[in-house]
Design a protein around this ligand. Structure first.
Ligand code: P5A
Ligand code: ZN
Length: 468
């Protein structure tokens, strides 16, 4: 892929995912195909969240007085908030913010809900649109001003240990989720100056995009008691004393779809892991004059059989040359293609064609086993896609021990650099500026030796890259 940016822009249109021509910057239209991928993606996420969390829905508008309460939080978002100042022709008494995220919408309500330790923990999530007036270059799905798919989880706990546990649970959920989608990631603890405004600390997932820059695809925050103090979320403990609650929140966005597209797409177009593919199998009847009925009779039955067994199969009966249909569905990312012609039926065989490897396989057709065969291939496709994507992320992660190599390596190869770091804000910011890079965050590891930049004693293994 020579120019990822252009490729990404084109694929949204060519695979009919989104229409980016909406006349507001940073806002686009989900087309039916894109929306289906979004639907299956959310389904996978919700299945994971629903095991231990409940879905809720809060209003989109936040009164200024609530948004302004948590000083550090509001400072982090003040440049990005859209305001509603009028209802019809009348000025509102209090202006209303379009939620940039929902802490300040939810937590005043949490304050009402939490009375005793019996009310805890609270573990809820919602999937909503949020609005951020981003000033950096906007791009569909990657940096948008209306985040149309903001999945945010918010939890409240009686103890710090429980909140810590929930942070780990959140990380596990996201790991499983990204694994299911075959999206690779590196996890690190964001540096102090880049943590979520108002949080104790932020754990982030970053994926290396095809152009070598990383994209933050999810974050998990430990909020400590900061918001509880601001919004007065207190509970009565066993001894009858009032204590502030401990909170966490974590979130994902449209970026998940962007990373899905970016991780697997190629020159032929989109490539979708079966779990989110609107069509998992596309059946192409190869129709010749006179033999039409035989073929369609066969493919109709096959389509129905796969569908009855929970496989998202579809048949393309359009009056087009088979080659054009292959091209059409490859571009749209369908994982598996089945071709059936009159000669195949005579031989009692069908042709299977994998989108991931391009491998073509003739198999004997057996009604009894075809469902299992297709399911096995779909599982193998997921596995192969995952391995390939993970390999890319690993191969683009370089361990470096000399300062001169940092910039050189990143400029030449992109990806993520790991090296020793002292952990001081001053030193970190100095590196960011000197090399025009970003410190993603730190990972727990045994480190010996000195900081790559300032030669003080190293405390951490740090991840560095250029970012979106
Ligand atoms: C966690 C959920 C929060 O807002 N509050 C509730 C916390 N965290 S965050 O890091 O600010 O955002 C969560 C994730 O949303 C993605 N994201 C975006 N995606 C597209 N366009 C944007 N403008 C945008 N801003 C943030 C990131 O993946 C981020 O990790
Ligand atoms: Zn240092």
């Amino acid at each position: 892929m020579k120019n990822f940016s252009q490729w990404f822009h084109d694929i949204l249109e060519e695979a009919e995912l989104m229409d980016a021509r909406y006349p507001i910057k940073g806002m686009s239209v989900w087309l039916p195909r894109g929306f289906q991928i979004r639907k299956y993606t959310l389904k996978a996420l919700q299945e994971l969240l629903d095991k231990d969390h409940e879905e809720v829905l809060f209003p989109m508008l936040i009164p200024e007085s609530e948004l302004a309460k948590e000083a550090i939080h509001v400072k982090g978002f003040e440049e990005e908030v859209y305001w509603i100042t009028k209802g019809g022709k009348r000025e509102l008494n209090e202006q209303l913010a379009l939620r940039p995220t929902s802490e300040t919408s939810m937590y005043p309500m949490f304050s009402l809900w939490v009375r005793s330790h019996m009310d805890l923990p609270i573990k809820v999530y919602q999937t909503v649109n949020t609005f951020r007036y981003e000033t950096k270059h906007t791009r569909p799905l990657i940096r948008v001003r209306e985040i149309t798919t903001f999945n945010e989880t918010h939890t409240v706990h009686a103890t710090e240990a429980e909140a810590e546990e929930e942070v780990n649970a959140g990380i596990e959920i996201y790991k499983n989720f990204f694994d299911e989608l075959a999206i690779p990631y590196s996890i690190s603890k964001r540096p102090e100056w880049d943590k979520f405004p108002g949080s104790e600390y932020t754990m982030a997932f970053d994926m290396i995009m095809p152009d070598g820059k990383t994209l933050q695809i999810g974050t998990v925050h430990n909020l400590g008691t900061t918001f509880a103090k601001t919004f007065d979320i207190k509970f009565e403990n066993d001894e009858g004393e009032h204590e502030y609650a401990y909170q966490t929140c974590y979130g994902l966005s449209d970026r998940v779809i962007a990373s899905l597209i970016a991780a697997h797409g190629d020159e032929k177009g989109l490539q979708l892991p079966p779990i989110v593919a609107p069509e998992q199998v596309i059946i192409i009847p190869i129709i010749f004059k006179q033999k039409e009925d035989i073929v369609l009779n066969f493919t109709d039955k096959l389509e129905q059989l796969l569908k009855d067994n929970g496989i998202r199969a579809r048949q393309d009966k359009r009056d087009l040359r088979p080659g054009n249909k292959y091209y059409y569905w490859e571009k749209r990312g369908v994982p598996l293609r089945i071709e059936v012609g009159p000669r195949d039926i005579d031989n009692n065989s069908i042709v299977l064609n994998r989108r991931d490897t391009g491998d073509k396989e003739f198999i004997d057709y057996d009604e009894e086993t075809i469902v299992d065969t297709v399911n096995e291939i779909l599982d193998d496709i997921t596995l192969q896609m995952k391995e390939k994507a993970n390999k890319f992320q690993q191969e683009k992660t370089y361990s470096v021990d000399k300062l001169e190599q940092v910039k050189k390596t990143i400029n030449k190869k992109g990806g993520i650099i790991t090296c020793n770091w002292c952990g001081s804000t001053e030193c970190g910011k100095d590196m960011e500026e000197k090399f025009d890079i970003d410190i993603l965050g730190t990972q727990e590891a045994e480190v010996d030796g000195e900081c790559i930049n300032c030669q003080q004693k190293a405390q951490y293994k740090v991840l560095i890259s250029k970012t979106y």
